[in-house]
Write a protein that binds this ligand. Structure first.
Ligand SMILES: [Zn+2]
Length: 294
């Protein structure tokens, strides 16, 4: 009898795990247009709500220059909208807890899918997402078609914007890597290919880029980084915060290629659209540098 109960328990557990897996499969094998998702990650400020003069886009990342600990002098903004001088540091989530509120048109399955990607970020870091109850500061995830996938960088300044903005279209929800990428911005991470040392590793081909996408390729200065992690970790071509080779292309040619000595990583670079992709171990370490190791 005991053996039978044990057998049934294992079967139930096995089926439960199988069902967990199906969630990803269902999203990730549904009809998928790579170019339309690329378009969703392209800079487009039209139609975005609550714009104000200090808000700039860096690809899919909203950089709010009011969100600085020490606002720079007026007129010191660089091409990307980031201050070209001064100290920049996105705000962290208190206690590493990021409350999330979902728009009413987002299904339970999508909410769970989102929370699952969030959990990966907390595998090394003291960071987690919780469903928002009455917390004052939170991420509001919307599902508005035509607006693309985007997120604020770090926790926004409450006095200016009441909550963090994140939009995920149905397309964005079709890739775990895209959802994980946007969560990465919300917790405070910039793009890997915007690291100060990126030119040693990748060649950025601006001639193949749409004008509106160039802002996503400007380099940060070390003083502008959310963490000093990049001084200590090697460049991560496979980071979930790295764009893929054709991001923002206007002519179907590559916008970014690894330097010759890293050419073998060409197909692994920027895995955001690969089914099942998520933060790499290095990504998780960066999160842990910001929020503390578990
Ligand atoms: Zn991004």
């Amino acid at each position: 009898m005991k053996k039978l109960i044990l057998f049934i328990s294992i079967t139930v557990l096995f089926l439960a795990f199988q069902n967990c897996g199906e969630l990803d499969v269902e999203f990730e094998t549904s009809s998928f247009e790579l170019n339309s998702l690329r378009q969703d990650l392209s800079a487009d400020m039209d139609g975005m709500e609550e714009l104000h003069e200090n808000l700039k886009l860096s690809g899919d990342m909203i950089v709010d220059t009011d969100n600085l600990e020490e606002p720079p002098e007026v007129g010191s903004f660089g091409m990307s909208g980031l201050p070209s001088t001064g100290y920049y540091r996105p705000r962290k989530w208190a206690g590493g807890i990021m409350p999330v509120k979902f728009a009413s048109n987002i299904s339970t399955k999508k909410k769970k899918f989102f929370m699952k990607q969030c959990k990966k970020w907390g595998e090394l870091a003291k960071f987690k997402c919780v469903y928002r109850k009455n917390q004052e500061q939170y991420v509001f995830v919307t599902n508005k078609e035509g607006l693309g996938c985007y997120s604020d960088l770090g926790r926004v300044h409450k006095a200016i914007i009441p909550y963090n903005r994140m939009n995920l279209t149905n397309n964005c929800f079709k890739r775990s890597g895209v959802v994980a990428h946007e969560i990465g911005h919300a917790l405070g991470l910039i793009h890997e290919h915007q690291r100060p040392d990126r030119n040693k590793y990748v060649e950025v081909r601006k001639e193949n880029m749409k004008e509106s996408d160039k802002g996503a390729y400007t380099k940060y200065k070390y003083s502008e980084l959310p963490t000093d992690e990049t001084k200590q970790t090697s460049y991560d071509f496979e980071s979930i915060m790295h764009y893929e080779a054709y991001a923002g292309t206007k002519n179907n040619k590559r916008t970014m290629v690894p330097r010759p000595e890293y050419r073998h990583l060409r197909d692994d670079m920027g895995p955001m659209f690969v089914p099942g992709a998520g933060p790499t171990t290095k990504d998780k370490r960066v999160a842990a540098r910001i929020y503390g190791y578990k």
